[in-house]
Design a protein around this ligand. Structure first.
Ligand code: CP
Ligand code: NVA
Length: 305
């Protein structure tokens, strides 16, 4: 039996397949708005496992699967036997007998990989402690809707070196944008992602100076200073304050730079209200595009594109 088409990370899917998914997402969005969308996943069931909280991911996968004609099962990790130490591998084998695809938001990345190893249906990464690839699909889609092809553009990250940044770093190699990043000393992204990107044609620049990262950039991106399940790594706000996206920092970017944030935002911490509510902000477009990007991911995983 051919192995299932998992969506685990941007590094695990080819550039051409990611571009196929991206263009499918854009056309699915248009078709949905025009009321002409097809239902290629009629009769299919998606299991959605959450071992962490979620608003956007939960709702957009649920609505997206229904828009594709399929159905969903919401499974809270703590209410499953998974929460009482049944293994991920056994859970994967059991769920594969019931459903057509599994989406999981979990803690350690190894749990996602174990799920994929044992599942006989596609597994989708809905965020781990290490990466968040669905978010970057929506972000690239949003950038391109506003500014055209992202290839050759410069994105700037300022803040914590977290899961969202890791997927952005992988995306630099897959989509051809330059990734500038500024993080506090000691909050750097994992070298594995930096090395993978560099070895695969990504242009990535890491520094500890927000102004340097943002200078002339086409988009400025940030995220929470404390990610879920990373509370033990929390550092004082003073450490992150120089990396806040505020009016003066946005002025260092290109005049038409976009402001992006995966949400939820911690207003007054990583971003000020005037920026997130300002004319350059596209944060709610990003949230909306999670829906369409993930419909394309589901369609790709289940052989409908
Ligand atoms: N951006 C994102 O993944 O949001 P949720 O945590 O609400 O799913
Ligand atoms: N980096 C954040 C993203 C939330 C969508 C977290 O992992 O909590």
């Amino acid at each position: 039996m051919a192995s299932p088409k998992h969506f685990l990370d941007l590094s695990a899917v080819s550039s051409s397949d990611l571009r196929l998914i991206m263009e499918d997402a854009k056309s699915r969005k248009q078709a949905t708005k025009a009321g002409t969308a097809d239902k290629p996943l009629a009769g299919k069931m998606l299991a959605m496992i959450f071992e962490k909280p979620s608003t956007r991911t939960r709702v957009s996968f649920d609505v997206g699967m229904r828009q594709l004609g399929g159905e969903t099962l919401f499974l809270s990790g703590t209410e499953m036997q998974l929460g009482r130490a049944e293994t991920i591998g056994d859970t994967a084998k059991v769920l594969s007998r019931y459903v057509d695809a599994i989406m999981i938001r979990t803690t350690d990345h190894s749990r996602l990989l174990e799920m994929a190893e044992h599942a006989t249906v596609p597994v989708i990464n809905a965020l781990t402690d290490s990466t968040h690839p669905c978010q970057i699909m929506a972000d690239v889609m949003t950038f391109e809707e506003h500014r055209g092809p992202i290839k050759g553009k410069t994105l700037a990250w300022t803040g914590d070196g977290n899961n969202v940044l890791h997927s952005l770093v992988e995306g630099s190699a897959r989509f051809g944008y330059r990734m500038n990043m500024a993080v506090p000393l000691g909050s750097e992204p994992d070298d594995r992602f930096m090395n993978w990107a560099r070895n695969n044609g990504g242009e990535v620049m890491l520094c500890h100076d927000a102004e340097r990262a943002v200078d002339g950039a086409d988009a400025v991106i940030t995220d929470t200073w404390i990610s879920m399940n990373q509370e033990h790594k929390a550092r004082g706000h003073n450490v992150f304050q120089p990396f806040q996206v505020n009016g003066p920092l946005m002025k260092r970017a290109s005049a038409d730079a976009l402001f992006m944030h995966c949400l939820p935002a911690h207003r007054g911490e990583e971003v000020t209200d005037d920026v997130i509510d300002g004319p350059q902000s596209v944060v709610f477009d990003e949230a909306e595009n999670r829906l369409h990007a993930q419909k394309a991911i589901l369609a790709w995983c289940l052989g409908a594109i």
